[in-house]
Write a protein that binds this ligand. Structure first.
Ligand code: RB5
Length: 148
């Protein structure tokens, strides 16, 4: 599995924590920034990472900002992306089992690094259940295809 990770200025600490986790798990990753101490715009990070995941260059993407909301909104604009805003371990598990999410967003002003690590580990190691859930995701994919 290859993972792309990025944050804005509001998510740098969790991004660093999750890079340590990825190293511990032996998962290949690339850090797409930000290299910032000043304020940046989260779409400048969410959109390129989402595009790389949608294009298959990376299998999964992890985004962190202050709330995770802006990152998740931006990522979900890219066709083929299913990005979940997750701040608890239960949702992290279910969004893999039921939604087959290929991206996750978290907010550093909402949760601490310890919980973010557990969420990411759960999300990275949980399989999609397919079955009836694949049918539901198929309906989203069909809708995307029907859009201009
Ligand atoms: C930046 O101040 C903040 O708006 C951003 O990190 C994020 O929370 C947006 O959704």
């Amino acid at each position: 599995m290859k993972v792309a990770i990025a944050s804005d200025h509001g998510g740098i600490n969790i991004r660093e924590e999750l890079k340590s986790l990825l190293e511990e798990l032996g998962i290949e990753y690339k850090d797409f920034g930000c290299d910032c101490s000043t304020s940046v715009d989260y779409p400048d990070y969410a959109l390129p990472v989402a595009k790389k995941v949608a294009d298959g260059e990376f299998d999964r993407g992890i985004l962190i900002c202050g709330t995770g909301i802006g990152m998740s909104i931006a990522a979900n604009k890219v066709k083929g992306i299913r990005c979940a805003l997750v701040h608890d371990v239960y949702s992290a598990r279910l969004t893999r089992q039921h939604n087959d999410t290929n991206m996750i967003a978290m907010g550093e002003r909402v949760i601490g690094a310890g919980l973010a690590r557990e969420i990411a580990q759960t999300w990275l190691t949980t399989e999609f259940e397919a079955g009836r859930h694949a049918n539901r995701i198929g309906k989203i994919t069909e809708y995307e295809k029907s859009e201009q």
